[in-house]
Design a protein around this ligand. Structure first.
Ligand code: WTA
Length: 634
């Protein structure tokens, strides 16, 4: 039994079975993969330490399941269709056989440069096939990849390299994103100025731009490939060995390294990919995410390759050369399944339907949405203008920590409703809890979203800091994984994710912690204190609003604003720039000194009429002042 879902009745049956007998259910699914040795036990877990292990003592290599396994029957099938940033440049099509060869070659390059099982390798690359090759080559030799999104600054790379203790870094000289040329190697050089961990930097020549190569440390990808052999046996990994680290933002402190392991992640991404999107073997799947975020890891790289799918990978941005680019790509490659983010939909919706008109989108049969709540207007626009009202929309809810999709319609099989993620996938046991931590069993309620039982793709730890994993996800509600999201369950039992209940923002789908932005702003020598909150933004979903207290010198506020934005860009990346900066004389604090963010959020949202009880504040007059000041920014 492979538990592929073909009808809604089957979904209901399979779901029921998966909850009654999770171990039997996941073991059956896992038996469809290639293991060097099967597990002794399916699951061992507790959510208190937490300790979660799937497929105990099983041995495998995920790349054999992504590549080798498909060679006999599907070696000539296209694994990756690569669409360049510039539509006039050449498309690349890479077969499974070619990808296998490329991965083995590069895996040997890694080995001959000293990489071995368990090493952490940082990857800072553009959206080119070599990024996928680099990730799989790491996995082939048992090294742990830590991909850093190409929009992150030098400082962010440095922090991640240090936290993970990376010895090697893989990058490219540069890349065009839209009309802009980015010198990636230059950013890496800056990141490594004070570093003494990284021994080798492997550089892929992508644009042939002028860069500096540091003797001994920096080597060219193409030189190394020349002298490598194509034969690379896969390292045999334990099911619970680490596959990768991916840094993500939380409510507090620096981003944490979410850890996924080999066996469970493999089973979960493959099962969710093939079921949610109802992938059929001749279809072309296009996920517009960047591989630097989890969506790209799970649904450009691992899920599709594990399923032997053809996946389209796009180097550029949806608005270059114009806002019709995604539709042009769909037409050009006859894409069947499009998986994108609400922020992209909203920005293309704003650009107008003239960019869609005349494009043949008839190849599309299924649509997906991910990364943030999709508002009804965007949902309808997507449905009507892109899906021609005939493509089911899978609004997929999940997180970096969950490894894969947890709540979503099964495309074309289960019901959909605008702005609802609908129903849990098999094996997923959601719970909505109230502030007292009690689970609410009835329908028509809302609260915090938790998951009561492990699934194979759940994070195992946060790198080098297990305690942080415990306090972040497993301490708030006893014996539950706490998602950080608010959620409602309607009268029919359908789930709607209402957004983060903590201090995490989603700006154009990018996950950003308010604390990170505050820490960056506070580095400015004139800043005494800052508080950052989100406000509703018609395209980005959320925008960043910073309330900043400066010391009292005569400050030119425009200049100061620019300097603050520069610091945030330098510390995090330009995607984390505050949209609004309001200088204030104080922040609303409780007598114990805690910032009342609830009040700031309301002000940022423009809801200044109903701020709730402010009498417990240390200085209630400050609220009036902030309110007045906010009006001039609106
Ligand atoms: C939000 C992205 C509503 C949510 C895969 C979650 C969503 C956070 C949806 C995780 C959705 C993701 N509807 N909200 N369909 N998908 N989110 O780690 O707040 O970048 O907690 O993973 O995105 O963001 P992350």
């Amino acid at each position: 039994m492979n538990y592929q879902i073909n009808t809604f009745e089957e979904y209901l049956e399979i779901y029921k079975y998966s909850i009654e007998n999770p171990e039997g259910f996941w073991a059956e699914i896992a038996s469809n993969f290639f293991w060097h040795k099967k597990w002794d036990k399916v699951l061992e877990w507790n959510f208190t330490e937490p300790e979660i292990k799937w497929f105990l003592n099983a041995k495998l290599n995920i790349t054999e399941n992504c590549l080798d396994r498909h060679l006999a029957d599907g070696g000539e099938k296209t694994a990756i269709i690569w669409e360049p940033n510039n539509p006039d440049e050449n498309v690349r099509k890479i077969t499974y056989k070619q990808l296998y060869t490329d991965v083995c070659l590069f895996a040997n390059v890694l080995k001959s440069n000293g990489a071995k099982k368990g090493d952490r390798i940082c990857i800072y690359m553009p959206m080119i096939p070599e990024l996928v090759i680099a990730m799989l080559a790491c996995a082939r030799i048992g090294a742990i990849h830590s991909v850093v999104f190409g929009g992150f600054s030098a400082k962010s790379i440095a922090d991640r390299v240090e936290d993970a203790g990376c010895r090697m870094l893989i990058t490219a000289d540069g890349v065009y994103r839209g009309a802009k040329l980015l010198n990636l190697k230059g950013i890496v050089d800056e990141a490594l100025i004070n570093d003494n961990l990284i021994k080798k930097v492997i550089v892929f020549k992508n644009r042939g731009i002028n860069i500096k190569m540091q003797t001994e440390r920096d080597i060219w990808w193409h030189d190394e490939i020349e002298i490598a052999t194509t034969d690379c046996k896969a390292e045999i990994m334990d099911s619970e060995d680490m596959l990768y680290i991916l840094y993500t933002s939380g409510s507090t402190g620096k981003p944490k390294g979410v850890v996924h392991t080999c066996g469970g992640y493999m089973v979960y991404t493959a099962y969710t990919f093939s079921n949610v999107f109802q992938y059929k073997s001749n279809e072309i799947f296009f996920c517009t995410a960047d591989i630097g975020w989890v969506t790209g890891h799970s649904y450009i790289v691992y899920g599709p390759l594990l399923s032997g799918a053809t996946c389209l990978m796009f180097e550029g941005i949806p608005t270059y050369p114009d806002s019709g680019r995604l539709w042009e790509i769909v037409e050009k490659h006859k894409v069947n399944i499009l998986y994108t983010a609400p922020t992209a939909i909203r920005s293309l919706m704003q650009a107008g339907t003239e960019f869609v008109r005349g494009k043949d989108l008839s190849s599309l049969s299924k649509l997906g949405s991910v990364g943030e709540p999709i508002n009804e207007e965007a949902w309808h626009w997507y449905n009507e203008n892109i899906g021609n009202s005939k493509c089911p929309i899978a609004d997929t809810w999940w997180q970096t920590e969950t490894g894969g999709i947890l709540i979503s319609p099964i495309a074309g099989i289960s019901p959909t409703k605008p702005s609802y993620a609908m129903l849990p996938l098999p094996g997923i046991q959601p719970a909505i809890v109230n502030a007292q931590g009690e689970e609410l069993f009835e329908n028509n309620i809302s609260g915090d979203l938790c998951i009561k039982f492990p699934w194979p793709g759940i994070l195992r730890t946060t790198y080098n800091n297990h305690e942080r994993c415990r306090t972040n996800y497993f301490e708030t509600y006893k014996n539950m994984y706490y998602t950080g999201d608010g959620c409602l369950r309607d009268k029919d039992g359908f789930y709607r994710i209402t957004g983060r209940a903590d201090d995490v923002l989603k700006v154009s789908g990018h996950r950003i912690g308010t604390a990170e932005v505050e820490n960056a702003i506070d580095l400015h020598h004139k800043v005494i204190e800052s508080a950052v909150v989100g406000f509703p933004h018609h395209i980005k979903g959320q925008g960043i609003y910073a309330f900043v207290i400066c010391n009292n010198e005569n400050t030119d506020s425009d200049k100061l604003r620019t300097e603050i934005i520069d610091i945030v860009t330098k510390e995090i990346g330009s995607f984390a720039k505050p949209e609004k900066i309001q200088f204030v004389n104080g922040l609303p604090k409780t007598r114990s000194g805690k910032i009342m963010r609830r009040i700031l959020r309301k002000i940022a949202e423009g809801e200044t009429e109903n701020l709730g009880d402010t009498t417990t504040l240390l200085d209630p007059t400050i609220v009036e002042e902030i309110k007045t000041g906010s009006l001039s920014l609106a």
